[in-house]
Every structure is written in C-alpha cells, then in structure tokens.
Design a protein around this ligand. Structure first.
Ligand SMILES: [Zn+2]
Length: 150
C-alpha cells in the first residue's frame, strides 16, 4: 500500500500536535498536500501560483521568525520530477517571499524522494523557507533551530 506520510520521522516531535496529526493522516492514508485534502489539514491562508502553493507552515520549526511552506501543486515526490518551469517559478517565489517578509537571512530546504533518507514526514514534494529566531530564549537554550535532513 502506498504511504503518503512517514510517521517514523515525527519521533523527534513526540507528543506534539504535529505527531498526532501525522498519525491521523497515516490512518486515513490520504495525501495531506494534494488539493482534495489540503484544506482539511491546513488552516493557514494559501496563495496559489502556477506550480506551487505558498503558505505559512501550520507546524513550524522552532524557534522561528518565519516558516513558509512551498508545496508543489501536483503530487510528485522526487526532485527529478520538477519541471524547468516549476524550478523557475520556485526561484521567483523565493525572491518574492524573502523580500515581502524582510528575510535578511534564512534557509531554503527541499527534501525529496524516499523519506527514510530525508527526515521528511510528508512525501508530497514541498520546500521550506525558514528564518530562525536567534533572540528567542529557546534558541539560546538549545542549539539554535534544528531540522532533520536525514
Ligand atoms: Zn499529494
């Protein structure tokens, strides 16, 4: 059976709402980022581009000042499936969003393919623009903002 989420990759957020949401999605066995399901699981406003959906992450990495999710509209899972036009639009979106949100520094992250190697919990291809919050007390207590890439 095809799986749309990787519950194993939510271990580091054990006990969180996010872990419960992913477990619920796994049980329903639906793709939370496909158009017919997205609004059931995602309550932040979305902006539809031609190839990508731009929205704030419902369950952002912490501590952050901004965490934007860029979801490929069509269900694909591997970077090899991204068209040249979609890559170009992604470039424009990154430039627009960093300007609009005054992101002086941040991280762009795109995991792809088999989640056993990426740490991603949702297989439907999506990217992140994350700006951490170095002034937040949790940033100083921990080791900054940590996100899995494997
Ligand atoms: Zn999907």
């Amino acid at each position: 059976m095809k799986k749309f989420v990787n519950e194993d990759n939510t271990r580091f957020r054990r006990g969180s709402t996010y872990t419960k949401v992913i477990a619920d999605i796994a049980q329903k066995n639906v793709c939370p980022f496909c158009e017919d399901q997205l609004l059931n699981f995602h309550k932040n406003p979305i902006e539809k581009k031609k190839y990508w959906i731009v929205t704030d992450n419902m369950y952002p990495y912490k501590p952050n000042k901004k965490h934007i999710l860029l979801i490929h509209q069509e269900h694909i899972e591997h970077a090899q499936e991204i068209s040249t036009a979609a890559w170009q639009e992604l470039q424009v979106i990154i430039q627009e969003q960093t300007k609009k949100n005054n992101i002086d520094g941040g991280t762009f992250m795109l995991r792809f393919g088999d989640g056993r190697y990426t740490g991603s919990s949702v297989r439907h291809l999506h990217a992140h623009i994350v700006q951490s919050d170095p002034e937040h007390e949790d940033y100083k207590k921990e080791v900054g903002l940590v996100a899995r890439i494997g």
